[in-house]
Design a protein around this ligand. Structure first.
Ligand code: F6R
Ligand code: ZN
Length: 198
């Protein structure tokens, strides 16, 4: 029904008291996303761990609406690369997103179609505004769940394919117990390739 509503977030689990969709993403859905493909294959041969979950409240996918929910990225690593979300551009590039960190320790890796990049840290209480045009991937660099509240325009949609093909320009790796942002050796700038072909 189209009436105002509230919801509560359970302390420590951050699971909302109401939601419509519960999306779970396991390792098997992240093929090609982790740079250490051998570590990926080894881990997948043993088990298919749950990397992250999203609790969505459903609203119509139209411009006047704000889609919102909670994403929870569990702690862990594939090789020395932390558990992370798939990451995406919004299908309507000119749409922004706001994130609020409820708990945990993380980073948001971002980039534009032009190849500009940015990485911001998350600790409880940190708010991140992602302007239009920036692809975004949440990374859990801590030992606890990383819980994030997100809000974005109803008509934004998602483009996962671009990141699946080109990756993110930056990786976040555990180097001796420290989270380090490094170049992704396999990153390809599809926009640049396209312009060379034209
Ligand atoms: C929506 C958004 C978040 C993510 C969620 C999972 O635009 O950015 O709700 O969808 O954090 O990440 P993905 O969608 O990249 O698997
Ligand atoms: Zn988004």
């Amino acid at each position: 029904m189209n009436i105002p509503y509230t919801f509560d977030l359970a302390p420590s689990t951050w699971i909302p008291s109401r939601y419509d969709n519960h999306i779970i993403r396991k390792l098997s859905s992240m093929k090609g996303q982790y740079y250490d493909t051998q570590a990926f294959d080894r881990l997948l041969a043993q088990s298919d761990p749950l990397l992250y979950e999203v609790y969505e409240l459903s609203r119509p996918s139209v411009a006047g609406e704000l889609l919102h929910g909670i994403s929870i990225i569990h702690p862990g690593k594939v090789g020395n690369e932390y558990y992370m979300t798939k990451g995406h551009f919004h299908a309507v590039l000119d749409t922004a997103e706001l994130y609020y960190c409820l708990g945990g320790n993380g980073m948001m890796v971002m980039e534009t179609p032009e190849g500009d990049w940015a990485v911001e840290g998350f600790t409880a209480g940190k708010t991140l505004y992602i302007p239009p045009r920036w692809a975004h991937r949440s990374v859990n660099v801590g030992d606890l769940d990383l819980a994030l509240l997100f809000i974005y325009p109803g008509h934004a949609g998602h483009d996962y394919g671009t990141i699946e093909r080109q990756g993110f320009r930056k990786l976040v790796l555990d180097e001796g117990g420290e989270a380090r942002v490094v170049d992704n050796p396999r990153w390809v700038h599809l926009e640049q390739i396209k312009s060379l072909l034209l």
